[in-house]
Design a protein. Structure first.
Length: 654
């Protein structure tokens, strides 16, 4: 896989600095051994994921990767130290493949991302000491381990943005390689070294130390012109495809006749390029894994079918030979009698000589004998078939030996046929599982920001009677539910527990029924803190809109998202904490989570949940596989509608 060059990193850092400065660090994840994903909350944009793959790449990503169920130590350490911190700066160190991300929380931290060699990701404290590295490394001049002072790697070459002609002259004078290798090894990399030679029209095989003054001037001007767009931040992010594949922030002449796809930012281009590679790698690994499982049974089936064929041939050949013995009974009996008489006078060796002489003289019985071993057993040629006869046994006994071979093979065939059938069944099952598994591989899928209906930004469901029921997700949306959406003929509900949403039943043309009230009560209970506490039921009260107020009495304080209820409350006692999730058609196909009776009204395919112990992401994945066969929704669409806290699947209805 391509590794980001110094030029790539310059473009990425410039864009990330503009994007992330002032943002808050959220969670960190480690989907693979070398890859860390950090989620940032950017004002005005919301969630932004940045992927850091040590030694390879860093960029924003719209392709969420599957995370391990048990987070490794490194991302947990990042969460401990920098979650909630503010990003102050993202910068490239000395035009090298090293990035510094400055973060302030209670104190100052620096996240170092090394993208050279096999790379590393390292968190430093305010004193520049290492808190923890992704990988511990030891060199003669650098030690990357906890509590050690972090030292940047030695400068690896020239900075083309601050290049002096004297630097270039000195670099060439010390080189024992040709031009292109000298440029590549001094921080510019192979692609840009090739581009410089292409633009300068110089011979790339010229020895660097022997370059003339005019050639040096030409190279110097070429380098300045090539990298001037970087200084002006005039990027042309694009992906090169076809025989050559690359992602670049600048247009290069060496790729002049290639197919190019342009993007608004280099981060977007990098995300598309690298995520495509990652998806192919994941699929390749899975296909190889399943190929091994399929081949195991395919090989077993091949051996069993070869064994079956062998037994069938044994039956056929043995039966033919037994029949031939009986078909030439008189001849063979005469031959055996002659040999047995001769045995009284001669040794087996002498009898063999006599048979050879008899064959030469045209003796009829001797003509069928091809060979005789030292114990007298003969190989006969009867009608072009090789038949073995033991002269010490009768003709029927010799025939029976062949018939018995055929019988044994027949008995074994039954077992082989049963084994073949079982292997075919297993092979068929594995192949079906393979097709399903490869179809359901959790390769990164692009996260496309959907245009949400107003109610989807809240908690919501459609009651059995067709009433829209909405609820807040947090203090801010609780305020919105009441201040913006609670109208005179609606009903307000709240779970009788601290940490619960404001819930509103929107009145339609009909009166709000008792069934809708009960469903809204279960909804209010299930999306309250009672769920994360593991309760099975919870009391919920409901009131008229004019009983809900934000105006406190003298000396009272009403927190954001909280309201004062005046007058008597109507209670729904013991509302069940149970939620069904399914795909419904309400102003278009969308995932709805609500009381079982409500979801059941609009779909036959749904999953029922209760408070439990399953992690939300794992449960959501299982739900998605069961309710969305056509893959119209993303994992996040399911996670968004689930109650806060862990849960277990009760049952699937389909």
């Amino acid at each position: 896989m391509k590794k980001m060059s110094n030029v790539d990193i310059y473009a990425v850092c410039h864009e990330l600095n503009d994007l992330l400065v002032g943002s808050r660090v959220d969670k960190a994840y480690q989907p693979t051994k070398d890859t860390i994903i950090i989620r940032f909350h950017v004002k005005g944009k919301g969630r932004v994921d940045v992927v850091f793959q040590a030694g390879v790449r860093m960029h924003t990503s719209q392709y969420p990767m599957e995370n391990p169920k048990l987070p490794p130590n490194f991302p947990m350490m990042l969460r401990k130290y920098i979650k909630g911190g503010m990003v102050n700066q993202v910068k490239q160190h000395n035009f090298d493949r090293v990035v510094e991300i400055k973060i302030s929380k209670e104190e100052e931290y620096t996240l170092i991302v090394e993208l050279f060699a096999k790379g590393n990701i390292i968190l430093l404290n305010k004193d520049n000491n290492i808190i923890l590295p992704l990988k511990r490394k030891l060199w003669s001049d650098r030690q990357i381990s906890s509590r050690e002072e972090y030292k940047f790697p030695p400068d690896r070459g020239i900075n083309p943005l601050k290049l002096e002609k004297t630097q270039l002259r000195e670099m060439f004078s010390k080189s024992d390689s040709d031009l292109i290798r000298t440029l590549a090894r001094n921080g510019l990399g192979g692609i840009y070294a090739e581009e410089i030679i292409e633009r300068s029209k110089l011979d790339k095989n010229i020895t660097a130390a022997e370059i003339s003054k005019s050639e040096l001037d030409t190279l110097y001007e070429t380098i300045l012109n090539l990298f001037e767009p970087l200084i002006n931040h005039d990027f042309k992010p694009h992906i090169v495809s076809g025989d050559k594949e690359d992602v670049l922030p600048l247009e290069l002449e060496i790729y002049e006749n290639t197919t190019k796809t342009y993007f608004d930012t280099y981060n977007e281009a990098s995300d598309e390029f690298f995520s495509t590679k990652v998806r192919k790698e994941i699929k390749g690994v899975q296909e190889e894994l399943w190929a091994g499982k399929v081949n195991k049974y395919a090989k077993r089936l091949r051996i069993q079918e070869e064994t079956l064929e062998k037994f069938e041939k044994t039956i056929e050949n043995s039966t033919i030979k037994g029949d031939l013995i009986y078909a030439h009974y008189a001849l063979l009996e005469k031959l055996v009698n002659v040999i047995l008489e001769a045995r009284n006078k001669y040794s087996w060796a002498e009898i063999r000589k006599i048979l050879k002489e008899g064959k030469k003289k045209g003796l009829q019985e001797a003509q069928v004998v091809e060979s005789m071993d030292k114990m007298g057993a003969m190989v006969l040629n009867i009608e072009k078939e090789k038949v073995m006869i033991d002269p010490l046994k009768s003709i029927p006994e010799n025939a029976e030996i062949y018939y018995e071979k055929a019988k044994k093979a027949k008995r074994k065939i039954k077992g082989v046929l049963i084994a073949i059938e079982k292997t075919k069944e297993k092979l068929d099952k594995v192949e079906k599982k393979k097709d399903l598994a490869l179809e359901n591989i959790m390769v990164p899928q692009k996260r496309v920001k959907k245009e949400l209906k107003w109610f989807e930004k809240l908690r919501w469901f459609l009651s059995s009677d067709g009433n829209l029921v909405i609820g807040g997700r947090d203090a801010h949306t609780n305020e919105i539910v009441v201040k913006k959406h609670l109208e005179n003929n609606d009903i307000y509900l709240h779970s009788d527990i601290h940490g619960a949403p404001s819930v509103v039943i929107k009145k339609n043309q009909e009166e709000i029924s008792q069934e809708t009230l009960q469903e809204a009560g279960e909804f209010a209970a299930s999306f309250s803190s009672a769920w994360s506490k593991g309760f099975g039921s919870q009391d919920v009260y409901w009131v008229k809109p004019d009983q809900v107020s934000k105006t406190p009495q003298s000396g009272e304080f009403v927190a954001k998202g909280a309201f004062i209820i005046r007058g008597s409350r109507n209670y729904i006692r013991g509302a069940a904490l149970m939620v069904a999730v399914g795909v419904v058609d309400y102003q278009g196909k969308r995932i709805m989570a609500g009381p079982v009776s409500a979801v059941k009204k609009y779909t036959d395919n749904y999953v029922i949940l209760k408070p439990g112990y399953g992690k939300k992401e794992a449960v959501a994945k299982e739900i998605l596989n069961k309710i969305d066969e056509n893959r119209n929704f993303k994992l996040e669409d399911v996670i968004q509608v689930l109650p806060s806290g862990k849960c277990d699947i009760v049952t699937l209805k389909k």
